[in-house]
Design a protein around this ligand. Structure first.
Ligand SMILES: Nc1ncnc2c1ncn2[C@@H]1O[C@H](COP(=O)(O)OP(=O)(O)OP(=O)(O)O)[C@@H](O)[C@H]1O
Ligand SMILES: [Mg+2]
Length: 302
């Protein structure tokens, strides 16, 4: 296991910021960590990265205990903290070389160049960090987090404050690096988690309320696979039921239907509409909205 968390808790004065959470993450997984403001995401991440000690419970990163083997944990983890603290009076290259030095990286110049290329910092590499836009600072943070080639990446809201183009680019970078690393990333953007994560963990008021593969979220709705279909021809609702696997048919407009099925029947729908000459104009899978699940699970039950 890359990360294991057992009954991990953190108390601040009287408040339980993290309340006995359990989960484990396997090598190669990209896991989205969700929860409303104040849920305890950053606190959990700070404990995993050895920045603050837990009040109780335990966790391991690459089989190293976060309390006993903090040095090993830090070597194996790349951490992009929430507010991405950087030395703003350093040049990009200088800063990355400095971080590489801290981690005793070999062939520093080569590694810095690799990270600059990976995070798309080529044009900005000669600038002072204070001269960079927020998105580029975020890239520097990511480059720094990865410079020692850690096995596990902990990214606290890596795309916050970025413009839509940069969001897409940073997501692609994370997806790319996620191919051979384990990634735990927090986010408030459901679409982002659906786009890049294979699994989602939701916490609310310090407690874990959901741990599920993204794929399985569809099943939670009870509707199975849902398709929104638009045709050029008006047909009777019953005609859809001739397709094997169709459970429910709802007409949504003159030429629009919402079809639920037990399994993936996109191919069959395609075949049927062509065969019957119904003129398929649109076939879209309706994703069970993670947003709806999130709201259900985290609407405060104080
Ligand atoms: N150093 C601290 N002292 C006291 N309370 C703290 C401290 N750090 C965090 N907390 C509290 O712990 C709770 C969890 O905070 P945390 O920063 O982990 O939430 P979060 O899930 O990361 O939220 P956000 O989405 O806003 O970043 C909050 O109520 C916060 O006020
Ligand atoms: Mg936070």
């Amino acid at each position: 296991m890359s990360i294991t968390v057992q009954k991990l808790s953190k108390e601040y004065q009287t408040q339980k910021a993290v309340d006995a959470i359990d989960f484990s993450i396997q090598p190669g997984e990209i896991v989205g960590f969700l929860g409303p403001n104040g849920a305890g995401k950053s606190t959990t991440m700070k404990m995993l990265t050895g920045f603050i000690p837990p009040s109780s419970g335990m966790a391991t990163v690459c089989n190293f205990d976060i309390q006993k083997d903090t040095e090993q944990v830090k070597k194996n983890i790349g951490y992009l903290p929430e507010h991405n603290p950087l030395y703003v009076d350093m040049y990009v290259k200088e800063y990355l070389a400095f971080v590489a030095g801290v981690y005793q990286v070999k062939e520093v110049a080569k590694r810095v160049q690799e990270m600059i290329a990976l995070t798309g910092l080529d044009k900005e590499q000669g600038k002072l960090i204070r001269q960079l836009s927020k998105g580029y600072r975020q890239r520097v943070g990511l480059a720094a987090a990865m410079i020692h080639d850690p096995k596990v990446l902990i990214l606290d809201e890596p795309t916050t404050g970025l413009d839509p183009n940069q969001i897409v680019e940073i997501r692609n970078v994370i997806k790319q690096i996620g191919k051979d690393k384990t990634v735990l990333l927090s986010s408030h953007i459901m679409q982002e988690v659906q786009a890049i994560c294979s699994r989602v963990i939701i916490i609310h008021q310090g407690k874990l309320v959901l741990d599920s593969p993204i794929e399985d979220l569809k099943k939670r709705a009870g509707d199975g696979f849902v398709y929104l279909i638009e045709l050029e021809t008006e047909i009777a609702n019953e005609a859809w039921k001739e397709i094997g696997g169709v459970k429910k048919v709802e007409q949504q407009g003159a030429l629009q239907w919402r079809i639920s099925a037990d399994k993936d029947i996109r191919n069959v729908i395609l075949q049927k509409t062509v065969q019957m000459n119904w003129g398929l104009k649109g076939l879209q899978e309706e994703k069970q909205s993670l947003e709806a699940i999130f709201q259900q699970l985290t609407q405060a039950k104080n």
